[in-house]
Each structure stands twice: as C-alpha cells, then as structure tokens.
Design a binder for this molecule. Structure first.
Ligand code: ADP
Ligand code: MG
Length: 705
C-alpha cells in the first residue's frame, strides 16, 4: 500500500528489532539478560547469543531478508557494511537459512582497505566487528530484497579501535562513572546509568540531478569549485521558513517515512537560510543510538533524493557566497532516575546540582576549546569555521541572560535569585499570551545553552557526530572527575560542608574558566580581538586544529578515561591529516581539469567570436571598440597562468616531509592557487555568452526545484 495511506504510527519502527519485539519473541530470561546489558552497560552474556541470533533470523526472514550485514563506522566517517547470505548448503543440493550466535556476535570483514593510521600493518590486517547490543538491529529495504543490519564496533585484532563507535561507547562508560560520583555527593541512592543524549539537526542542500551530473566538481568533491554568485542570493531571506516546494516536500515526506520505519524519530523540517537549503531534526536519543541513526539519516536523505530527481548535498559548503551547512548537535546528560542533569528548573539559582553540572561544562569547554575545534576539523568544514560564517572557529559558550546573571551572583558570593520568564504581549486580545523564554537565542555561538542542553554548532553537515560526542563525553568525564574529587575531599569529614564546598568550587571554576562565556555576536571583529585577549584559541584551519589531537594533554585525557590509547589517538590524527591531503588534492586536480577542459575552451570560443566580429566589422569599414575582447583576452591569459601556478604548487609536496607538512602546503599554497583560478573563471562566467558557458550556474542550481 502506498505509504501515504498508512498513518505514521502504523509503520514507526516496523523495521526495527526493538525492545518490544525482543520482549515478545525472546524467552524471558534471555530478554532480561539483554535488557540488563542495554540499560546498565553490564557485560553481555555470550551464552544467550545463539537464542538471540535464531530469533533475529526468523524475524528478519519474515521481513523478507535474505542477507545479514554487520554495519560499522570506519574513520572515513561513512557507514560500511559487509553483506552475507543466511543460506548455507545442506549437503543434499539444497540450502538452509542459518545464523549462529557467533556470527551475530562477531564478524570479520576484509578490512585492510579501511584507514587505520598505521595501527595495522598488512601482515596483521585482520579487523573484527563486534555486535553492539545497545543499538538495535534493523531491516534495510531495497526494491530487490531486504537485509538484516547489525550495528557493530570495528576493532583490529589487537582490540584497538578502528572506528567511530568503539570510543563513543567507551566515553559513555567513562561519563557514567564520573557522573555517578557527583550524584552520590548529592545524596542520590542507586542512580540509574547516566548517559549522554544527542539531538542532531541536519542541514543539507538539494539540487536537481541534471545539474549535479553536469558538474564534475559537485560529483567528485561535493562542492562547486567554480561558479559566480547568482544575481539573487540569500539577501531577501525569503527562503528561510518559506513554503516548502512541492517536489521537496514530497521528498521530505518519503524520507521521514523511511526513517520512521527504522525507528528514527524525525520531528522537524523546514527551509534553511540559503536558497535550496533545508533542515531535518529528530527527537534526541541516547548518544550512541542517535549517532547510528544520524548515519542512517544521511544515507536515507541521499537515497530518497535520487528517487525525486535530486541530489542531496551534505557538504559543508557546496556554494560559495551562500550559507554553508552544519549539524547542530544538541547535547545533554541524564538518566532515568534524575532526568536531564542540565535542566535548570524554574529556579536555577537554588538548584545546586544543576549549577555543578553546568559549571562542569563551562570548565570542560574552556580547558578543551582547541580539542573541540579539532574534532570537527575537516577540509570541507574549514569553509564554514574560520571563514566569516556561523559559527566562528573560536569556541566559546553562550549562556544567555538568566544563567549569566546567576553565575555572576555566584562569583560574587552566592546566587539569590533567578530572572524569571516574562510573558509576551502581542497586542491582539484574541491571541494567547505567550511565555517568553528567560534567555534569547544566539545564533552565532558555537556552543550555546538552549534551555536544557548545549548545542554544539561547529559540527559539519557531512560529518559523523561520533567524534564530537566522544570529545564532549570525555571532557565532561574529566571535569566531573575534578569536581567530584574536590567535593569528596571537602565533605569527607563532614558531609554537611557540601553547600559551602560547592559555592567555593563554583567561584573557583568561574574565576578560572569564566572567560569562555560570551553572549555577544560571534561574527564580529571585536570578538576576535577580545577572544585573543582572553587567550581563547582561534584555530582557523585543519592544519591549525588537527595537531591538537597529538598533544600530551590530549593523549593523557583520552587514555586516563579509557577512551583512546595513545596509539589509537595518534592513528586518528594521521588518518584525518591524510584525509585532508587526499581531499584537497582531489579538489585541486578536479579544478585543474575543469579549468583546462571546460572553462578555457568556453572562454576562447567566445574570444574567437569576438575577434571574428571585430575583424568582420573592420573589413566592412566600422571602427569596433575591442573592450570586451581585451577583457576576455586578459582573463584568458590570467586563467592560463593561474592553471600553471596551481599545477606547479600541487606537484610540489616534497617526498620526505610529514603529513602535516604536506597538509600545510595544501592549505597555504594549493588552496589559494585554486581560489585564484576560480576567481578568474568566475569573472569569465560574467562575460562569456551564456549559450557558450557549459557549467550549470548558481542561479540554475539554487533556484530550480
Ligand atoms: P532549533 O532549530 O530551534 O535549535 P530543533 O527543534 O530544530 O531546534 O532541534 C532541537 C534538537 O534538540 C532536537 O533534536 C531535539 O530533540 C534536541 N533536544 C531537545 N532537548 C534535548 C536534550 N535535553 N538533550 C539533547 N537534545 C535535546
Ligand atoms: Mg538549532
């Protein structure tokens, strides 16, 4: 039946081996054991694997599955799958469907071609995938059959993490351990496991597929390497929250249905600021699950867009001159017994527990501001951060009026009151009075408090959110560890000292780390100067930011909390630098090829037309002004010279030097050379006859839907 005839509740989660399905199908003790692992992080009882596998297989086969796949998340940031058939020969010419516990628990993909940053030599190239019970298995549909997908962690045969999930799970464990200590100080008995929650808002562009295929740069690199701004840009702001075009809405509806089937609770959708840009956000979930769901969301967006004759661009900056795309990761921590630990309640000044957790965030973000920049560093995200765009590369925290006021009071000896919510009077009697939020929004802050969570806005639209969550969980663990140790010591002899100790600790934290708080305009020049005075890092590019993963402090941080060993962390830095180099090199090669074989021929054709017109006119006795011909000729020369320069700078990367040196060269020499070629080409685009210009224009790509 057409999906539009079914109500959402009829298919929400239908393709998920959910808790409800497990409860119904698994023997009670097996179900209980599994829930214990899922809810508390207790070790998995391997003896139940056969039963779970058999049940899972039957369920999947009922859903039409012929294959199963261990799904994992290598350091490329993409999703990887290895598909195997359920069928085994029965020895009599037939076949039976089989799925043993050990196949569920462990897989061995041929993993040698995934980036590992030197962790594995080819002689020890084995990699294993291990079942992550905390993220449910699901069915992936395809017109020609369905596949049972099992989320897994991906490790080397020495047990070292080769993926994005393993450190995320480890960081959740660390966070729980430290948060428990703080909760204990507040007198909570047996608090439930503390987890991080994430609600990622996904921005993306849609372009018609014809244009997409006609642009080698979009196809190969995900962004336009050439293209003059269209006469109409985003200045009218008429697209933001405007009515959604019909084809786009049809695409959104189908994307949402597909995501609903996978149990992904998509909630909001709207147009974004730039023309052709849109956003989708799910309800927040436990961070590990949210991360897997986010990966599925990216894949689904791309797949469904194709069906509607469009391409979904997840690149951070597909079009220059219009806003880029980010992924705002809303982050909080909490548990089933205490709820959201970052919820201030109605009287935050009197909510010591909230103030402590909030101060932990302030301290963490200040101490590790550079690290937070480093974990979102990719070649493509550099076009947002560090360029004059939201958010800036300088990491700071927006607290808003209410919290800033409370922390000010704390600094001065103690908080006595909270600014209260006002009501908003609209001036029309028939309209309801609306409660006004205690703090306004701030769109320019990279790390903003938004009522009961922090929103990390520096994450790139095409990135996995795992790296950011790993970093946030780990720096929170460190901060909570620090806080718990101080408070435990202060109250060891006399627990009634808690309040005094908290006041003292908060004062200290604010004095030392309060400079990370900034409520003003993050784009302004004044802030850049002020941030420098405050000593906040401004890491504009990957080559500034990625080396932070290799510092002694970072190594100590990640190893102390059991999240990444020195070798694992080092391998990550290597992989990310390598990816940067590969990516910029690919862009430069694509730019050279397009400049030579697309732009240059178009320019000289037009030049030829102009020249022959001039010659013809001269022959019949007219004096013809050669202004345009002169301009084109000069630009053609500039284009040729620019290409030569770009080629020369790309060729120069010195064999013996380190990856970082190579990356620096690409950042400081190759990218500017590419930009120069682009500038010339964009100027030619404004002169050359439209019917001779072979590339789809910004106007076409951004406005035709
Ligand atoms: P906006 O665009 O106004 O920032 P959206 O509604 O588009 O807000 O997205 C907000 C995101 O934050 C959603 O994914 C939402 O579920 C998530 N969120 C809400 N509360 C929390 C919380 N306590 N922890 C983490 N994420 C949250
Ligand atoms: Mg947001």
């Amino acid at each position: 039946m057409s999906f539009s005839k079914l109500s959402a509740s009829e298919f929400f989660g239908t393709n998920v081996f959910s808790k409800a399905v497990m409860k119904e199908r698994l023997p009670k003790p097996v179900y209980k054991s599994l829930m214990h692992t899922i809810d508390t992080g207790a070790p998995l009882d391997a003896s139940i694997a056969d039963t779970v596998a058999a049940t899972l297989k039957d369920w999947a086969i009922e859903k039409g599955a012929t294959h199963y796949a261990h799904v994992f998340y290598p350091l490329t940031g993409f999703t990887a799958e290895k598909h195997d058939s359920f069928l085994s020969p029965d020895g009599e010419g037939g076949a039976i469907a089989e799925f043993a516990g050990k196949t569920l628990i462990q897989g061995e993909p041929d993993a040698s071609s995934f980036p590992n940053g030197g962790i594995r030599a080819t002689f020890e190239a084995r990699g294993y995938t291990a079942w992550d019970v905390t993220s449910p298995a699901y069915i992936l549909e395809n017109p020609n059959g369905t596949t049972l997908c099992i989320p897994t962690a991906f490790v080397s045969w020495t047990g070292e993490a080769l993926d994005k999930k393993t450190p995320l799970l480890r960081s959740m464990q660390a966070l729980n351990k430290q948060a428990q200590r703080v909760l204990k100080l507040f007198g909570h008995v047996n608090p439930a496991t503390v987890v991080a929650y994430a609600g990622p808002e996904q921005e993306y562009f849609l372009v018609d597929r014809h244009f997409y295929f006609s642009r080698p740069d979009l196809l190969a690199t995900g962004r336009t390497l050439f293209g003059a701004p269209s006469p109409k840009g985003q200045e009218f702001e008429d697209h933001y929250f405007g009515a959604i075009p019909e084809r786009v809405l049809a695409f959104m509806l189908e994307t949402e249905r597909e995501l609903f089937k996978l149990g992904i609770p998509v909630k909001t959708r709207h147009n974004e600021v730039a023309p052709g840009q849109f956003e989708l956000a799910p309800l927040f979930e436990q961070a590990n699950l949210a991360t897997d769901h986010q990966q599925l969301t990216m894949v689904t967006l791309k797949r469904v867009a194709e069906k509607y004759g469009m391409a979904c661009l997840l690149h951070e900056k597909p079009f220059s001159g219009v806003n880029g795309s980010g992924k705002h990761v809303n982050y909080s921590i909490g548990n089933a017994t205490q709820g959201n630990l970052l919820d201030p309640g109605d009287t935050p000044h009197a909510n010591a527990q909230f103030l402590v957790f909030c101060a932990a965030v302030i301290r963490a973000v200040h101490r590790w501001a550079g690290l937070l920049r480093a974990v979102v560093a990719t070649a493509s995200n550099d076009h947002r951060l560090g360029a004059n765009e939201a958010p800036p590369a300088i990491i700071s925290i927006f607290l808003g009026d209410q919290l800033s006021d409370i922390f000010d009071q704390v600094s001065k000896g103690g908080a006595k009151s909270s600014k209260q919510k006002e009501t908003l009077k609209i001036g029309v009697d028939s309209l309801p009075t609306l409660p006004k939020d205690a703090g306004d929004r701030n769109r320019t802050s990279p790390f903003a408090f938004t009522g009961n969570r922090f929103e990390f806005r520096a994450v790139g639209s095409g990135q996995s959110i795992a790296g950011s969550l790993v970093a946030m969980n780990t720096i929170m663990s460190e901060s909570l560890d620090y806080i718990a140790s101080k408070l435990e010591k202060a109250t060891a002899a006399d627990p009634t000292q808690l309040n005094g100790a908290i006041q003292k600790l908060l004062e200290e934290i604010l004095a030392e780390h309060g400079s990370i708080v900034f409520n003003g305009d993050g784009y302004s020049e004044a802030w850049h100067r002020e941030a420098e005075k405050r000593g906040l890092p401004n890491l504009r590019t990957c080559v500034d930011a990625l080396p932070l993963l290799g510092t002694k402090e970072a190594v100590e941080l990640f190893s102390k909390y059991g999240v990444l060993t020195e070798r694992e962390l080092h391998s990550r830095m290597e992989v990310y630098l390598e990816q940067y180099c590969l990516f910029v090199t690919l862009e430069a090669r694509t730019a050279i090829e397009m400049a030579k074989t697309i732009v240059f021929p178009a320019a000289i054709r037009y030049q030829g037309e102009l020249a022959s017109t001039c010659a013809n006119l001269k022959a019949v006795g007219y004096v013809f002004d050669t202004d345009t011909l002169d301009k084109v000729t000069a630009l053609v020369k500039e284009l040729q010279d620019g290409i030569v320069k770009l080629e020369a700078s790309l060729a120069e990367h010195g064999g013996g030097r380190s990856k970082l040196d190579h990356a620096k060269h690409l950042c400081n020499a190759v990218l500017p050379a590419m930009a120069a070629v682009r500038k010339t080409s964009d100027m030619l685009e404004g002169i050359v006859a439209d019917d001779l210009w072979p590339l789809a224009t910004y106007q076409e790509m951004l406005f035709i839907k």
